[in-house]
Ligand binder design. Structure first.
Ligand code: ATP
Ligand code: MG
Length: 177
């Protein structure tokens, strides 16, 4: 890899942000690139990629660094607990970005962590600025802050046209988790 890396943001209210990032990881591993996905918020539920990523080891590393849903569904943790996990996730991201071991790093749901007040916009801006020249950095989650969009090279907004959830169809294994 010789070109400079990109800052990529997947945002918007339609489905497909994390899936797009995972697709990119799959593509990158095909070239033997080293990929690390650090998931904010996620950690209490099971997602298929937590197991399939192991089949792509050692090139693909996935770290679920969250404490699960915040203030909804099965959440019983106090906000401080979520903040502690998010702070730890930022530390992991900093370490991984500075390690210069990876070609692609994905900060999954980091925009939600910002919107929930678990992480500051400044924390994310600083992470982006730490990026080694050649590293591709992906950030996912709806309502990406303007400061983050500003620093990105590629921003895609997923737009919901239809979602089965609206007709009462529950999240599906292999499709949604
Ligand atoms: P995915 O992980 O499926 O790519 P996503 O990353 O775009 O989705 P998130 O905001 O991270 O979306 O939400 C994750 C979960 O919420 C998934 O189970 C997803 O199917 C569901 N979801 C995503 N978009 C919508 C929507 N517009 N309405 C209802 N549920 C949604
Ligand atoms: Mg997502």
């Amino acid at each position: 890899m010789t070109e400079d890396g990109l800052v990529i943001v997947y945002t918007g209210g339609g489905k497909g942000k994390t899936t797009a990032a995972l697709g990119m990881a799959l593509r990158a591993v095909g070239y033997g690139h080293k990929v690390c996905m650090i998931q904010f918020i996620k950690g209490s539920w099971h997602y298929g990629e937590m197991d399939s990523s192991k089949r792509l080891m050692p090139e693909f590393e996935l770290i679920a660094a969250g404490k699960g849903f915040v203030g909804i569904l099965d959440d019983t943790s106090p906000k401080e607990e979520h903040e502690k996990y998010a702070e730890e996730a930022i530390k992991i991201c900093t370490e991984k970005i500075l390690s210069v071991k990876y070609d692609l790093i994905i900060l999954d749901e980091i925009n939600y962590a910002v919107n929930l007040g678990l992480v500051s916009t400044q924390d994310v801006v600083e992470l982006i600025k730490l990026k080694p020249k050649k590293l591709d950095l992906v950030l996912t989650g709806n309502h990406a802050k303007e400061e983050i969009v500003e620093l990105a090279d590629l921003v895609t907004e997923m737009k919901e046209i239809k979602h089965p959830f609206k007709s009462g169809i529950k999240a599906k294994k292999g499709i949604d988790f």
